[in-house]
Design a protein around this ligand. Structure first.
Ligand code: HEM
Length: 490
């Protein structure tokens, strides 16, 4: 009853905020489903028709979508908007209580305890692992380059991202683990991510009770959660035991995030269960995002060959024109400035995380005039914010130079939010960019990506499926071609 009264109150207070027409009971479920099928087209339409503050109601959930950077700033920094929306509860079974799902003082304690273990020095030690797994991908792609056939890069980047995140977060391969055991751990992670995404995009399975009784996928849902839990608990116990027995840590360059957390002074503030949940959170948060982002990057190179050539030119300048073999180092990443702009522009056009949700713990008035009532959900929609003409002139044009220092100067600090921003921003953003740069530097020295027959010619032709992350509809299908001459000589 309390819930019904609260929803009725929220509906009343927000009724004048513009938005798609709501039908009784289902609200704008049909528009929501359209957004899942054509995320970017729907967002363009929504901004054109209703502006940058838009109300949507899906079943019993009212969401105010906020796109103006002034409003975004308040959503990202106001203490009454720091809590995750209640539908993040759906993630508990798989992830437990980690940074993504928790709120309040416990959240702050965790973030403080974990942050030092992602220090730049530590991330730099991960680069050899990023490079090793990217080199393995180069090997796997060889047969496709020989045959000249098109392939979907998403599963390939899925394997790259899952292996990399497992090795850098949990352990650089636990002693004694066979290749088969290791591969099955990577599978657990990809099955977990798949089913979490599947449920998240089906609001009619929002109720745990309904999902348990009526969904044919509930058993798989439960099983994947149990497997993920067992896998992480096992490794955590093994590592804790090593620390307790005084086993010296692995050489610094082979230490994983978990090794650092366990040996940090801050970890004393976390229980074993809390650490376990954070590990599960990191595995999930870091893998699917990176997979979908890298797949989009490969597709982007196939659509913008001039951009690809300039990246290859930059790589030739760094590595030498004929060097396709040298393993990427952390130092190389610092020189890849054009590549970094290309990655940032890709995330502007196609932000991997399409929406971020919060719930107001008290009424909050936004700078553009709308009041978010207590209990109401607010959503950041990076793709909407990233296409505002005022902040990104000619927004449909793909232009990495928007991120030249002279062009970013003076830009609103909350106009570019692929990693969210403010108090609950992505803790893995530096990791994500370093991994992506390593992958690009390893792949594009050997290969070029080319458009598959009938493939999209520019971002405006790319359809994406919306989940917790966005995926290219039908896969990121490209042709892989061996590079024949250094870009400079072409
Ligand atoms: C291209 C890759 C990535 C993108 C676009 C991305 C984006 C985001 C976004 C938008 C959020 C805010 C989510 C929310 O508030 O609901 C977030 C949070 C988070 N991300 Fe990432 N992420 C990426 C990679 C990573 C990686 C590689 C890791 C781990 C190594 C990671 C770990 C996390 C964690 C733990 C959070 C929760 C942070 C908190 O609330 O304190 N992410 N990410």
């Amino acid at each position: 009853f309390h819930h019904i009264c609260q929803v009725a109150h929220i509906m009343r207070v927000t009724k004048d905020i513009p938005g798609p027409k709501c039908w009784p009971v289902i609200g704008c479920l049909t528009d929501f489903l359209a957004a899942i099928r054509d995320m970017h087209g729907t967002i363009n339409d929504i901004v054109r028709n209703y502006g940058t503050t838009v109300r949507m109601q899906v079943l019993d959930r009212v969401v105010v979508m906020v796109m103006d950077p002034d409003d975004v700033q308040v959503v990202c920094t106001h203490p009454a908007l720091a809590n995750k929306a209640s539908h993040y509860d759906q993630l508990y079974l798989h992830l437990g209580m980690g940074l993504i799902t928790m709120n309040g003082p416990a959240y702050k304690r965790h973030r403080k305890a974990i942050s030092p273990s992602l220090h730049l020095d530590i991330l730099q030690d991960f680069v050899p692992t990023f490079a090793k797994n990217a080199e393995a991908l180069v090997e796997r792609l060889q047969q496709h380059a020989d045959r000249g056939t098109a392939l979907d890069m998403s599963p390939e980047f899925g394997m790259l991202a899952n292996m990399t995140i497992m090795e850098t977060v949990l352990s650089m391969r636990r002693d004694g683990a066979s290749d088969k055991e290791y591969a099955s751990m990577v599978d657990v992670l990809s099955e977990t991510s798949e089913i979490i995404m599947w449920r998240a995009m089906r609001p009619w399975w929002g109720s745990d009770a309904l999902f348990r009784w009526l969904s044919s996928r509930y058993e798989t849902y439960k099983q994947t959660a149990a497997c993920m839990n067992a896998m992480v608990t096992d490794i955590l116990r093994f590592k804790q035991d090593e620390v307790a027995r005084g086993v010296p840590p692995p050489p610094r360059r082979r230490m994983a995030f978990l090794d650092h957390v366990l040996r940090s002074a801050e970890s004393a503030n976390m229980s074993t269960e809390e650490m376990r949940d954070e590990l599960k959170t990191f595995l999930f948060a870091g893998s699917t995002t990176s997979m979908d982002f890298l797949a989009m990057v490969a597709l982007m190179f196939s659509m913008y060959p001039d951009v690809q050539s300039k990246v290859q030119q930059e790589l030739d300048d760094i590595f030498g024109p004929l060097d396709t073999q040298r393993t990427v180092t952390a130092e190389d990443l610092g020189h890849m400035q054009y590549t970094e702009r290309v990655l940032r522009e890709t995330m502007r056009y196609a932000p991997p995380v399409p929406m971020v949700f919060r719930e107001a713990t008290e009424d909050v008035k936004l700078p553009t005039g709308v009041t978010i009532p207590r209990g109401c959900m607010v959503a950041l929609v990076p793709a909407g914010t990233h296409r505002l003409e005022k902040h990104f002139p000619d927004p449909q044009r793909f232009d990495p130079d928007r991120f030249l220092p002279e062009n970013t100067r003076g830009r609103h600090p909350f106009a570019y939010i692929p990693f969210s921003a403010g108090t609950r921003n992505c803790i893995g953003q530096r990791y994500a960019l370093m991994m992506a740069k390593t992958a690009v530097a390893t792949l594009l020295r050997r290969y070029s990506f080319a458009r598959a027959p009938g493939g999209p010619k520019g971002f405006h032709e790319v359809n994406v499926d919306m989940g917790i992350t966005i995926a290219v509809r039908g896969g990121a299908v490209v042709r892989v071609q061996r590079r024949t001459a250094p870009a400079a000589a072409k």
